[in-house]
Design a protein. Structure first.
Length: 94
């Protein structure tokens, strides 16, 4: 089952909308901050939904990730060429 990681959850009291969006077809992992995501979670997640700047240490651990979804309008926080060179698509959902 695919694993989708939310590494910077803003509203911690109700993940029902996010889980509903997965429709039972993927496992959702939620963390309050980038620092609270385990190395194993970075290595095994299939997708990330989150904003912010990801360090080179995090990016190098993304063994399975195939997509980064930004819940934002722009792409100014992400080096799209770097992510693309790793085979990770970058998209947004404003």
């Amino acid at each position: 089952m695919p694993k989708v990681l939310w590494p910077q959850v803003r509203w911690k009291d109700d993940m029902a909308p996010e889980l509903w969006g997965l429709d039972g077809g993927a496992e959702g992992w939620f963390a309050e901050s980038l620092d609270s995501v385990t190395t194993d979670q970075w290595r095994t997640c299939d997708g990330i939904i989150g904003y912010g700047q990801y360090s080179q240490d995090i990016i190098q651990d993304l063994d399975n990730c195939r997509v980064l979804v930004l819940p934002a309008v722009g792409f100014n926080t992400v080096d799209i060429e770097l992510w693309s060179s790793l085979g990770i698509a970058v998209c947004n959902t404003p």
